[in-house]
Design a protein around this ligand. Structure first.
Ligand code: C2G
Length: 130
């Protein structure tokens, strides 16, 4: 039973999120997604439109996802990998290299981002269309 984990804000869910979750699941049998809490989003200066509660429900509804846990800080990844017996850590390649310290504990995989889509574009797009 290969266990995979990935982290993110996952606000205004879009095809870029779905693509990485599908591909992360393809790397194992069980996928945990750590979704940024409202407090952590503030630390990341990435204000979410949806609350953590809503984002959790949305991400839990995705067939590739087996479990959602809160991402509360930058420091929890090493503990999470141990606590959840993670074999593979996956992130989009905009994070390439940032989490290589986890290679001591599990496989670290950076996957190419999906082009031409981001939560920011969606937010701006909604404003422009008004
Ligand atoms: N992503 C992607 N393609 C896009 C947009 C996002 O592959 N067009 C990926 C990102 O690379 C990331 C995941 O989807 O792996 C979630 O993206 P965000 O919700 O933007 O997460 P982010 O704000 O990058 O937070 O500790 C890690 C952070 O929580 C990541």
């Amino acid at each position: 039973m290969k266990r995979v984990i990935t982290y993110g804000t996952f606000d205004l869910l879009h095809i870029g999120h779905i693509n990485i979750l599908r591909r992360a699941k393809e790397l194992g049998d069980y996928l945990i997604v750590a979704v940024s809490t409202d407090e952590f989003n503030a630390i990341k200066h990435k204000q979410s439109v949806y609350t953590y509660k809503k984002k959790k429900k949305i991400v839990e509804a995705i067939k590739y996802v087996d479990e959602v846990i809160p991402e509360e800080n930058w420091e929890q990844k090493k503990e999470d990998v141990k606590k959840h017996n993670i074999d593979v850590f996956v992130m989009g390649d905009d994070w390439k290299g940032e989490f290589d310290f986890l290679k001591e504990y599990c496989e670290v995989v950076y996957l190419p981002r999906t082009k031409d889509i981001s939560t920011t574009d969606i937010k701006n797009g909604i404003k422009e269309s008004k």
